[in-house]
Design a protein around this ligand. Structure first.
Ligand code: AP5
Length: 218
């Protein structure tokens, strides 16, 4: 039968693997990937007013004010007819409440769990390909060719000191978000090779699709 559009949230600490899993989810399930970190970095790169303000917070590993983030996400959700994959939002109770007020609810909230010492290693080794947007890691997910290796970039906030601040922000906000979505949370062990993590996520989404199949009208 026909499949209804899916509404998926993915969450986890900095460098838990959200972006990496989203690359694989999007390829398989054709959802619109909405990543607040990516949207904000695009604003910063474009030098917009919102970007200039956001940058101050991002540099300190703090949450960017809701005035910037909430509308940005809402606009993207409104143009996602094939379903959405929301990555890195909501990150606070007030952000979750904003979505609830718009009557926007996920069917599943995937929580990636990774121990803190692993997160730091992942952050300092992370590199990005500015051409394809693909996420790499010098040890765990090295670039395929010397040509790609030569053009890789590093995020400003990917230092050990800054990830500690990002982790602090995360841990002081995460519980209220989890409480909001407790009925639909699925915890996934993110401390395994990325293909194994994805296999679990894939099963969860396929299972969800089975439940949301549209029954044709008689
Ligand atoms: P954002 O860009 O969302 O950063 P983050 O939450 O810190 O998450 P990351 O992008 O660092 O990590 P990830 O989980 O995607 O991991 P990845 O797959 O890359 O946010 C940045 C900033 O923007 C925030 O600090 C805040 O200021 C602001 N912001 C964002 N959203 C906001 C919001 N809603 N409200 C307010 N402000 C907001 O993987 C990491 C590395 O590990 C990579 O190198 C990867 O190759 C490697 N890796 C991934 N999976 C595996 C695996 N299974 N095994 C081994 N290595 C792996």
């Amino acid at each position: 039968g026909e499949l209804a559009p899916l509404r998926v949230m993915i969450s986890g600490a900095p460098a838990s693997g959200k972006g990496t899993q989203c690359e694989m989810i999007v390829e398989q399930f054709n959802l619109t990937h909405i990543a607040t970190g990516d949207l904000l970095r695009a604003e910063v790169a474009a030098g917009t007013e919102a970007g200039m303000l956001a940058q101050e917070y991002m540099q300190k590993g703090q949450l960017v004010p809701n005035e910037i983030v909430v509308a940005m996400v809402k606009n993207k959700l409104d143009i996602a007819p094939n379903g959405w994959l929301l990555d890195g939002y909501p990150r606070s109770l007030s952000q979750a409440e904003a979505l609830e007020a718009f009557d926007i609810h996920p069917q599943i909230f995937i929580l990636l769990e990774v121990p803190e010492e692993i997160l730091v290693q992942r952050v300092v080794g992370r590199r990005l390909d500015p051409v394809t947007g693909k996420i790499y890691h010098l040890m765990y997910s090295p670039p395929e060719t010397p040509e790609i290796a030569a053009r890789l970039t590093q995020r400003d906030d990917d230092t050990e000191a800054k990830v500690k601040l990002r982790l602090k922000t995360h841990s002081s906000n995460v519980q209220s978000v989890l409480d909001t979505y407790k009925d639909v949370i699925k915890v996934v062990d993110g401390n395994r090779p990325k293909d194994q993590v994805f296999a679990d996520i894939q099963n969860l989404i396929v299972e969800l699709q089975g439940k949301t199949e549209v029954v044709p009208a008689q």
